[in-house]
Write a protein that binds this ligand. Structure first.
Ligand code: TXA
Ligand code: MG
Length: 307
């Protein structure tokens, strides 16, 4: 069951050089982004993309996000209308993914988009992913660096625990600042709530009904699932539960004692990883307000609680 330990290097020139060589070889490497750690491979090579799906155990009908260095690189891959270009100009680099029509001559491996005629693109703001994109000089497909349906990784240790030696190299640059996967937008509709809230984007709030549409295949299933049962909106825990607190609900650990939603988002997945590893049989989570990034926190918690 236990995989051998993967190679972990701290962020720096040596790590970027080794990661670049691995990607040029068609291998996959884990790198931090400002949202979660990603599992990166050359988006133009079908063998590299196949290696990403294999390492995650991800069904190949669930398409990947492609990371590029800047808007110009994105415009060579997808067709932007004025609204999309406006969002990109305001929020890139940053935790925003745009789903856009794929250019036929973009050179992206077909498996990346799982046969869709749209592609999910983002320009990440994190120095490690930026350095890797610059050194590789090509678009990098990178889903979250966790086994399919498991809790997303916000630390190098989470990647190592979930993927083991199925990843050639993990670049360690500490905890991710945002801690939740990017907000995904398609045609002015939020497909996945994330660090950029509907208020910040000036778009209608994410509606759960949206997940029924085929445009967001990865949003259909239970996701972000801890191994243990999870109860939400809990003020006091049962004796065999690990309580994740927020604000006045203290718990065994707290997402934010001061009730700060940004802090809570950054800590959420680490708190779930810890709760899953605790000696208690179940996990309970305090109520989280639904405004701002709270909408994205509650989205991830609902999926984690779904069986
Ligand atoms: O913050 C993030 O977005 C992280 C970091 C690593 O960049 N990546 C990430 O990737 O969360 P992943 O693969 O775990 O989630 C990608 C989501 C899936 O729900 C997938 O279904 C959706 O994006 N997606 C990808 N391409 C799509 C498309 N053409 N249309 C609709 N949804 C798409
Ligand atoms: Mg994921």
């Amino acid at each position: 069951m236990a995989d051998p330990a993967p190679r972990i290097l701290p962020y720096g020139e040596a790590a970027i050089a080794e990661a670049t060589a691995a990607i040029a070889h068609g291998d996959v490497v884990a790198t931090p982004t400002e949202t979660v750690y990603g599992l990166a491979g050359d988006a133009t090579r079908s063998d590299a993309v196949a290696a990403i799906y294999a390492a995650k155990g991800r069904p190949s009908f669930n398409p990947l996000i492609v990371h590029v260095a800047d808007l110009a690189a994105a415009e060579r891959i997808a067709v932007f209308d004025d609204r999309a270009r406006g969002l990109a100009t305001r929020f890139w680099p940053g935790p925003l993914t745009l789903v856009l029509p794929l250019r036929a001559d973009a050179g992206i491996a077909r498996a990346v988009t799982a046969g869709l005629d749209t592609i999910a693109l983002r320009v990440p703001g994190h120095r490690a992913m930026q350095a890797l994109l610059a050194a590789c000089g090509r678009p990098l497909a990178a889903p979250s660096a966790n086994a399919s349906n498991a809790i997303s990784p916000t630390r190098a240790e989470h990647v190592a625990a979930s993927l083991g030696a199925r990843v050639a190299l993990i670049i360690d640059d500490g905890a991710c600042a945002a801690g939740l996967e990017s907000t995904i937008v398609h045609d002015g509709v939020i497909l996945r709530p994330g660090p950029l809230s509907s208020e910040a984007l000036g778009l209608p709030a994410f509606r759960v009904e949206t997940e029924g549409e085929i445009t967001a295949p990865g949003q259909l299933a239970s996701h972000y699932a801890p191994r243990k049962p999870l109860r939400l909106d809990v003020a006091s825990r049962k004796s065999d539960e690990w309580l994740i607190g927020f604000g006045e609900v203290m718990g065994d650990a707290t997402l934010s004692a001061s009730g700060d939603l940004i802090e809570a988002a950054a800590k959420l997945f680490d708190a779930l990883h810890r709760a899953d590893a605790s000696d208690r049989a179940g996990i309970a989570v305090a109520p989280i307000p639904d405004h701002g990034i709270g909408a994205a926190i509650n989205d991830r918690l609902r999926r984690a609680a779904h069986r």
